[in-house]
Design a binder for this molecule. Sequence first.
Ligand SMILES: Cc1cc2nc3c(=O)[nH]c(=O)nc-3n(C[C@H](O)[C@H](O)[C@H](O)COP(=O)(O)OP(=O)(O)OC[C@H]3O[C@@H](n4cnc5c(N)ncnc54)[C@H](O)[C@@H]3O)c2cc1C
Length: 297
Amino acid sequence: MTTHAPQATQSVTLPASLDEAVAALGAMPAAVPVAGGTDLMSAVNKGLLRPSGLVGLGRISELRGWHYQDGHALLGAGLTHARMGRPDFAALIPALAASARAAGPPQIRNAGTLGGNIATAAPTGDALPVLAALEAELVIAGPGGARREIPVSHLLAGRDMLEPAELIGFVRVPLLHAPQVFLKATGRTGPGRATASVAIVLDPARRGVRCAVGAIAPMPLRPLEAERWIASLIDWDGERGLAPDALAAFGEYVAAACIPDQPPSDGGEAVPLPPAVLHLRRTVAALARRALGRALS
Ligand SMILES: Cc1cc2nc3c(=O)[nH]c(=O)nc-3n(C[C@H](O)[C@H](O)[C@H](O)COP(=O)(O)OP(=O)(O)OC[C@H]3O[C@@H](n4cnc5c(N)ncnc54)[C@H](O)[C@@H]3O)c2cc1C
């Protein structure tokens, strides 16, 4: 269906399937996809973007749910934060549900989608550290029914940009059946963008702890050495608890890996971190310690 809107945008197309949406983008190279519009329309309203056409993804029902495949969930890119925050989804992928519940005020959660969060790739995107810790893959839809898969980290790093007529169709997430935690600091009470966030995912089958820190760098950071160190301390066949000093040391390890000390000055003296950076480092340490403590409790 094509309607004509006044002013800057010439046409709005509302396809009913993923392949139709890809075909519409191919036919209108200057058009952009829009899902919930929470990021895109604020860019339009600020005058940062004047798309000559929009391809709306809101009527594509295959993108609004999920299905199971080989021990994974294939999440439609059109899943809203509100949908992911519900209990049935939280039972499947607890950390993604927690990040969805933390993503902005209710009107944003009702409209904003998983695919939009990924494509915008803002450092403060709440889903992104969770997807990094889960080592999620993206299923990209291209012309002629083509599908290709890439790690989400490649898209966030800009190493594998989407072609103009490609769309994020699905996000493949492993179902780990183990505790996962997402925590976010906003520097204010009530909903707000993250100043720092931490996702912790336990993977008992691989005896692994996966951690990603969001909002403090252009893309989520994985403190791999800290992950391996803490995983080696956990009694995977027993209680899985850790002493408070091990949790605290993990928090410090994660924070120092993500926000390293400054190199010594020419005179060999340690250069102290600026107070705001030190504060951020303490925030990351506290989030990582608490998140792991909750995952293991
Ligand atoms: C007031 C406010 C508060 C917010 N607070 C938070 C917050 O706390 N945490 C947070 O994470 N985010 C927050 N956001 C950002 C935003 O809501 C999320 O990033 C949301 O998930 C974007 O999804 P959307 O469907 O609205 O994307 P849209 O605005 O529709 O699209 C965003 C971008 O993604 C592209 N796109 C959309 N879907 C696809 C697809 N399937 N394939 C390829 N490209 C696609 C669009 O072309 C566009 O470039 C906030 C936004 C506002 C306005």
